[in-house]
Design a protein. Structure first.
Lengths: 476, 447
């Protein structure tokens, strides 16, 4: 597969001129930057009609020979017989299929490639919960967007219009944002600023600091929730009667966490194997949080428990597998082999049990691998319809954005991906992508001769992608 | 009522004091003649002798049989109802090299650096170690101390960790105790480790196989270089040009190894490591003894073909690998026996050397013939390390290392009643029995 370059169309940037740029392949990336400035100069089309296409709205049955009308960032109309407004830029969708834009519900795309932005390590040695180790929930991804992250284009060109971009580094590293992968300025990307509070149970203390164990880490998070609950009561009590109470001391973590709680912001709890999943159910209950579990790869063992708790799961698509440079004679335990074999069957098991789930790229290196992993889940019994829902409507629902994205319905955000075939077919190519009603025509680019065979410039960036691994405790 | 005469009680107390004061070293008299009479004698060199006699004189076994004349002046030990065996031999320990693992000043198990062939365990063994009488009390009369083997203390002990020494578990100085100061050169076989423990994050880190393999190859090449240099050194010395060739203790120590005179005790557990070690030793013409050998059962044919004996690690433990059958450490000895591979049991430890008989006993419960298990704690190690003419059976001319028990020595409830080392009746008092006596004296609470 070759690199796909996406270019925002504008009348000023004619097709002929585009091709000229595309042939000079390395210049294509620069072209993206050029065209993004176009909006400021006016004239970027905001009205489109994709005609004669197969439309898979997800919210309903597919429409053969249908039309989708996009107007000013939103879907205006969809159906078999839709009036095409005169101002619309018409795209002939003959032989093409229109899907809702795909959502990657857990990645670092759009921020620094390791998600930490250099943060996350406790300053000095922390000896107890009062030192707030690895805790920076006030860090807001929406304020850290790097529009020059080349992965944005890589993801978008493969049909991923939306990400849940998650900060990393620490136990409470910050707040994740939902981003649409296009815009002139960072602020254009943001769909929801306070999308979720991700939690990691990975000890941050090292050998000498707190916490240096799983037990300590969970105890610490429990402490944060207790402190937050106290602050949520103490602060209004004090304000209502400052003469009666001593002033509660200010703690940024408590303030930010209580605000998140008031918004009933989603809390992402790590849980990959069955023990962790059951533990997370207990903790979500105990901490009274609106929880979503991430990881979920061994959910095939505990799908019923998740269903009866009505717990949504974000499934990490980086299925467990043998390391690329693993010891050829190294021990492979039955437990590991079984997990590797069965993990891709998790989505099918979740469907069967009635658990709502979304997909995320986790540690995968790029969209190509994301789709390959999804195909593995389909091969393991997941229906393609359900797979598509997991990438679209169900992820949107889990993120609380089902009212504005995830399906092709009038009034929803015009995030669309137009392909020349079934989206889970490896040979299928993405032809057009719409993000917030912005049109990107996707062209396959010739491999630059000087780069050689397998190495593709985009992949080098992609390798760093999705370091939001969420793979705590894979296996054991 | 206790009607024991005062004087007798006094004598008992005095004897107790003597025993206590000599507890650690065990012996304080000149060797005398003894006759162990009336017991069932397991010579390990033939069928057991009912109502047999063992005569010990001048440190050695003088006679063994059913109708032996008791020499005049010999102290007679009535072993009626008891059993007589050769003393047990723990073939790999750190006894005398390490005392308290939390106190580094008491530890002399390992040395810095990867190649220390010149180190000799005997020079570091502490004859007053509290472990010696403790170990002795369970019927172990001699051990080998191997530097840098196993245990947490041995981390970073290098590849060639030094020379193992065999010694008796009684004596005031190493010179008294020593059986052979150099029985083997210990090599910790390098393993291809892709899983390493990262102390910074206190977690297990995965390393690329290619990197781990590179490190392994480097180690093996270094080992090979050392041996080649030792060969060259031996040649230069032989041709007699000491003036031109400076003395090198490390290379000098390796000379008997490359000449095949001194065996190498190669510590390896994984199947691949064992295979690689055997291949290496074959290529280098070394006399190999496999140490630990958790997965020796996977390479029985090779070990049999190359005639490589094994010093087995503890049987009472869980297997190293998750999918290995739970009882493999205990069934392996019977498998090795069936395959005709000689082996001896050992503790690879200090404080748990005393468990040696149970290590053998557990393997009897899992299929090893009982008489073979006895050999594997009494005789085999002596034969493997070239001490078979001195130790391991009750035969005239051998060293007087003898135990008298009230039953099967592999049973945990069996007690050692008398113990002889180098032909001397040796104290069985030890730190455990001292504490037992001490706390028995504690006044009982009044009701």
């Amino acid at each position: 597969m070759k690199l796909r370059a996406g270019t925002c169309r504008s009348p000023r940037f004619t097709r002929r001129r585009f091709w000229w740029a595309a042939i000079a392949s390395s210049v294509a990336l620069v072209a993206v930057g050029v065209t993004f400035t176009a909006r400021g100069e006016g004239g970027e089309p905001r009205y489109f009609a994709i005609t004669h296409a197969r439309v898979v709205p997800v919210a309903g049955p597919p429409i053969e020979n249908g039309t989708v009308v996009v107007a000013k960032g939103l879907i205006q109309a969809v159906g078999a017989s839709v009036t095409i407004p005169p101002e619309a830029w018409v795209i002939d969708g003959k032989g093409l299929t229109v899907y809702p834009g795909l959502i990657d519900a857990g990645t670092t795309v759009g921020i620094s490639d390791d998600g930490t932005d250099g943060k996350g390590k406790p300053a000095g040695v922390v000896l107890g919960p009062e030192g707030r180790p690895g805790t920076s929930p006030w860090r807001v991804v929406a304020d850290e967007i790097k529009t020059d992250d080349k992965r944005i284009e890589t993801w978008r060109s493969a049909g991923f219009t939306t990400t849940l971009t998650v900060p990393e580094g620490g136990i409470l590293p910050g707040q994740a944002a939902v981003l649409n992968l296009a815009g002139d300025r960072a602020g254009d990307y943001v769909v929801r600023v306070y999308a979720s509070v991700p939690i990691s149970f990975k000890p941050v203390g090292g050998f000498f600091g707190f916490p240096d164990s799983l037990m300590g880490t969970i105890a610490y998070v429990r402490q944060v929730y207790d402190d937050t609950a106290w602050y949520s009561q103490a602060e209004p009590a004090y304000e209502s009667n400052p003469a009666k109470y001593e002033r509660p001391s200010y703690d940024r973590t408590e303030v930010v966490m209580s605000e998140a709680e008031k918004r009933s912001e989603i809390v992402m709890l790590p849980a990959n194997n069955s023990q962790q999943l059951l533990r997370a159910l207990k903790l979500a209950n105990e901490w009274k949080i609106r929880a979503v579990l991430y990881g979920g790869q061994q959910a095939y063992e505990v799908a019923d428990a998740l269903a009866s708790a009505k717990m949504p799961v974000l499934v990490n698509l980086k299925w467990p597998e043998r390391g690329k440079d693993a010891d050829p004679e190294g021990e492979q335990t039955l437990r590991e082999l079984r997990f590797r074999d069965r993990a891709p069957g998790t989505p099918a098991a979740l469907v069967k049990a009635g658990v709502k789930f979304g997909f995320y790229s986790g540690g995968l290196s790029g969209p190509k691998d994301i789709m390959k992993s999804a195909k593995k889940a389909i091969d393991a019994g997941l229906s393609p319809d359900a797979a598509l829902r997991a990438f679209t409507a169900d992820s949107a629902d889990i993120l609380g954005l089902g009212d504005r994205m995830g399906s092709i319905v009038p009034g929803k955000i015009a995030n669309l991906v137009v392909t020349d075939g079934d989206i889970f077919n490896e040979k299928t190519k993405v032809k057009h992508v719409f993000v917030d009603g912005r049109w990107f025509e996707i062209h396959e680019e010739e491999t630059p001769p000087d780069k050689g065979g397998d190495k593709k410039p985009g992949d080098e960036e992609a390798v760093k992608a999705g370091r939001y691994a969420g793979v705590e405790g894979v296996g054991r | 009522m206790n009607r024991t005469p005062i004087i007798q009680r006094f004598c008992v107390a005095l004897l107790g004091c003597v025993l206590l004061s000599t507890a650690s070293l065990g012996q304080n008299a000149k060797p005398a003649a003894y006759a162990i009479k009336g017991g069932k004698v397991f010579t390990l060199a033939g069928a057991p002798i009912e109502n047999g006699t063992v005569v010990i004189r001048d440190g050695k076994i003088a006679a063994v049989g059913a109708n032996i004349e008791i020499p005049a002046g010999a102290q007679v030990i009535d072993a009626t109802g008891l059993e007589v065996y050769p003393g047990m031999f723990d073939a790999a320990t750190q006894i005398g090299l390490g005392e308290i693992s939390q106190v580094s000043a008491t530890l002399d198990v390992t040395e810095l650096g990867n190649y220390n062939p010149e180190l000799v365990a005997a020079t570091a063994v502490n004859p007053a170690s509290a472990y010696i009488p403790v170990t002795r009390a369970s019927g172990i009369t001699e051990v080998i101390a191997a530097p840098g083997t196993a245990g947490f203390d041995a981390q970073g002990g290098g590849l060639i960790t030094g020379q193992a020494s065999a010694f008796n578990l009684a004596g005031w100085t190493m010179e008294d105790m020593q059986l052979n100061r150099s029985v083997a050169m210990v090599i910790n076989w390098p393993s291809i480790q892709t899983r390493t423990f990262d102390f910074a994050t206190f977690s297990i880190k995965e390393k690329a196989y290619s990197d781990a393999k590179k490190e392994y190859d480097k180690s093996v090449n270094e080992l090979s270089d050392w041996l080649n240099r030792a060969r060259h050194y031996a040649q230069a010395k032989e041709k007699g040009s000491p003036a031109l060739y400076e003395r090198d203790l490390k290379l000098e120590s390796l000379v008997p190894v490359v000449q095949g005179k001194l065996p190498v005790l190669v510590i390896a557990d994984d199947e691949r490591d064992i295979r690689n070690a055997v291949e290496f030793c074959t290529k280098q013409n070394l006399k190999m003894i496999l140490g630990s050998g958790a997965e020796a059962w996977k390479v029985k044919d090779l070990l049999k073909e190359k005639k490589i004996p094994i010093i087995l690690g503890p049987t009472e433990r869980i297997p190293d690998k998750e999918d290995t059958p739970y009882d493999k450490p205990m069934t392996q000895p019977s498998e090795l026996f069936a395959a005709g591979i000689p082996f001896a049991f050992s503790s690879f430890g200090t404080s748990f050397s005393r468990r040696l008989p149970q290590y053998a006993g557990a393997s009897v419960a899992y299929g090893l013939p009982h008489d073979e298990a006895l050999k594997a704690v009494m005789l085999n190690a002596a034969q493997i390390f070239g001490l078979g003419d001195q130790l391991g059976t009750l035969e005239a001319g051998k060293l007087g290392n003898v135990i008298v028990t009230n039953g099967d020595p592999l049973e945990i409830q069996t007690q050692v009643k008398y113990l002889f080392i180098k032909g001397q009746l040796t104290s069985l008092a030890n730190r455990h029995s001292d504490f037992y006596e001490q706390y028995r004296k504690r006044p009982k609470p009044t009701q």
